[in-house]
Design a binder for this molecule. Structure first.
Ligand code: GLA
Length: 631
């Protein structure tokens, strides 16, 4: 009943505004303000090192190394237990029981168990504690790790260790009673426990069938509102249990159910893809699932391409180039930096990677701007991130096995081409000779060069909006039917080899708003005029933009040359604190980019709206806010 009341509370404001035009200016930032995860969470998690063979000695060993090595001081504070910790759900009262054989300190009061002694120890070390659960009735290991000695035990009901039907009770237990600070909420309970599950024989294993809400291969067969609603229920319970806001909700539904568009509303981070493995091409896959989504991340809300695999397989101590690449890339796209290695035995070469204070600083920059892709190809990418110190971080990434010669230009950095630019290598700590216009860099196979760049900003009195993605909320992106994003590297069979028909595009988000590219990953261009900066979006969209005290908004707007819908007209509207400031008038495909300017002196929040003014085609129009800037 309490759970129902809480979810109604959360849902009713949404119902109340259901009739409101989604493009109508609201005059407010619509992502909930969150106290935690103002920068991407950092820490350690047991899964990539131990899978379900997690135990207290391993976790405390990691915690001790994190403190002793100085990693804690750099910000690695969350110590998270993943799948494998539970014994059963007690039928008498529904209380979760810990597998105390693995966590001896949890054994208290005869037959009961509590993680409080464990979290007390972590807190006394200056660390924070995280736990794992599932939003369904059963967890992932109960389907995928049937050989594990640490699966929940007992009757069907006792093995229902997930949150479903117990949200309030479990969240109160984990946070209020046990003192956890962070929860990772998986979603296997929603997708692999159907009566006809291809993953696990639910009858044979004695699980209660759960009609899948998620189909990982089909967005059409996924119940997006139901999945979102279940996570909203968890968010509501967390909010109720932790009135001080001191908690983190990590949504782990692997990029399904269109979470890339709503994750920011519900949790502090959300997985954008399936699980990472210690393979180079899988790392590319996970990276690509988050790297094009800069406009969807910001303080309190982060894209999560999964935990680090530094130290294993293609990223082990014999592959430090790859390990540094993986870490640099996660750092620059503001991914959570969660170590997945047995830290009791970590060689210095790996500790030096996680412990590179300059790289961590890039990731933890307080403004929270995710890097934007300045140059895209399957071989080489250049990503640029605006820093709070006025400089830019830039990653030059060689994705392949050939050496590469890369021209890094002032335009990539949005620096003036005729003023000197300096690059400091954040791995070698060397500063390269200053250059103007462009420089040429040599990259080894799979190498990522990570620099902090100083130069003169092309817009010294302000910023292009694509330089400040954290200040933009994509409130409505204009996507009518979510479509899988094809611009994600497709590696060969991470789980089933090449037995099936291959790795197909799976994560929706195609058509979502982009910085410096169209929603379909084209360069921005209006009536033949190329824009190297701007926002690309669809008609039927509304962006909320925080104005940090700037006086003027300006842009050159139009229908992008890449649009499929060339028939319909659109109008661009600029609002300040809910009031209309400027409108473009109707714009058609082929019209020259039209300047639009507004005085925003004193305005706190801008809203950039694009409405379709004719309705002939069911396909939205691709539109460009060229050189959109606040100054
Ligand atoms: C899923 C998650 C992983 C891990 C396992 C545990 O696969 O995506 O990160 O938590 O479950 O079983």
């Amino acid at each position: 009943m309490r759970a129902l009341a809480a979810s109604l509370l959360l849902i009713s404001p949404v119902l109340a505004v259901a009739d409101q035009d989604p493009l109508e200016a609201r005059g407010r930032w619509s992502i909930p303000e969150r106290k935690q995860a103002r920068t991407p969470p950092m820490g350690w998690n047991s899964w990539n090192a131990f899978r379900t063979e997690v135990d207290e000695a391993k976790v405390m060993g990691a915690a001790q190394t994190i403190v002793d090595s100085g990693l804690a001081k750099l910000g690695y504070v969350y110590v998270n237990i993943d799948d494998g910790w539970w014994l059963k759900r007690r039928t008498r009262d529904g209380r979760l029981q810990i597998r105390t054989a693995l966590f001896p300190s949890a054994r208290i009061q005869g037959k009961d168990s509590s993680f409080r002694p464990f979290t007390d120890r972590l807190h006394a070390m200056g660390l924070k504690a995280g736990l794992y659960t599932d939003v369904g009735r059963n967890a992932c290991s109960q389907a995928y790790d049937l050989h594990s000695p640490n699966l929940p035990e007992g009757s069907t009901a006792e093995r229902e260790v997930g949150l479903h039907g117990h949200v309030e009770q479990d969240i109160a237990l984990y946070f209020r009673e046990w003192g956890f600070d962070y929860i990772k909420v998986d979603a296997c309970g929603l997708n692999v426990y159907g009566a006809a599950s291809p993953v696990v024989d639910v009858r044979k294993q004695g699980y209660r069938p759960f009609e899948p809400l998620i189909d990982q291969t089909s967005i059409a067969r996924t119940d997006i509102p139901a999945v979102r609603g279940l996570y909203e229920g968890v968010a509501a319970a967390l909010h109720e249990t932790n009135a001080d806001g001191d908690y983190i909700l990590a949504i782990c539904n692997w990029g399904t159910a269109d979470v890339r568009s709503w994750g920011k509303q519900v949790g502090h981070l959300w997985r954008t893809s399936g699980d990472i493995t210690p393979r180079w091409t899988r790392m590319l896959h996970n990276f690509d699932s988050a790297s094009t989504r800069a406009l969807y991340a910001k303080p309190g809300a982060w894209n999560d391409p999964d935990m680090l695999f530094v130290g294993h397989g293609d990223f082990d101590e014999n592959h430090l180039t790859e390990a540094r690449s993986h870490f640099s890339l996660w750092a620059i796209i503001n991914a959570p930096l969660i170590i997945g290695y047995d830290l009791r035995n970590a060689p210095k070469s790996l500790l030096d990677i996680w412990g590179n204070a300059d790289v961590v600083r890039i990731n933890q920059d307080p403004l929270g701007h995710q890097a934007v892709i300045a140059y895209a190809s399957d071989d080489v990418q250049i990503l640029v991130k605006t820093l709070s110190n006025g400089r830019k971080a830039v990653a030059v990434f060689n994705r392949g096995l050939a050496k590469q010669e890369v021209n890094l230009t002032a335009a990539h950095l949005k620096f003036s081409a005729d003023k000197p630019i300096e690059l400091r290598d954040l791995w070698t700590k060397m500063t390269l000779p200053a250059f103007t216009k462009e420089t040429t860099l040599e990259l080894e196979p799979r190498e990522t060069l990570l620099f902090e760049a100083s130069g003169t900003r092309r817009l010294p009195d302000g910023a292009y909006l694509s330089e400040t993605p954290a200040d933009i909320n994509v409130a409505v992106d204009g996507v009518l039917n979510p479509e899988p994003d094809p611009v994600v590297h497709r590696m060969a069979g991470p789980w089933s080899g090449t037995r099936d028909s291959g790795e197909r595009p799976a994560y929706t988000g195609w058509g979502g708003a982009q910085a410096d590219a169209t929603p379909y990953d084209q360069a921005l261009q209006v009536a033949g005029r190329r824009f190297d900066t701007g926002l690309g979006i669809l008609s039927g969209s509304r962006l909320e933009v925080r104005n940090g005290g700037r006086k003027r908004f300006e842009a050159s707007v139009g229908v992008d040359d890449s649009t499929r819908n060339v028939a319909d007209k659109v109008e661009f509207l600029v609002y300040g604190d809910g009031k209309l400031l400027q409108r473009s008038g109707a714009v058609a495909f082929g019209d020259a980019a039209r300047p639009i300017e507004a005085n925003v002196d004193g305005v706190k929040l801008l809203e950039l709206v694009v409405r379709q003014t004719t309705g002939g085609s069911p396909v939205p129009v691709v539109v460009t806010w060229g050189e959109a800037a606040l100054r």
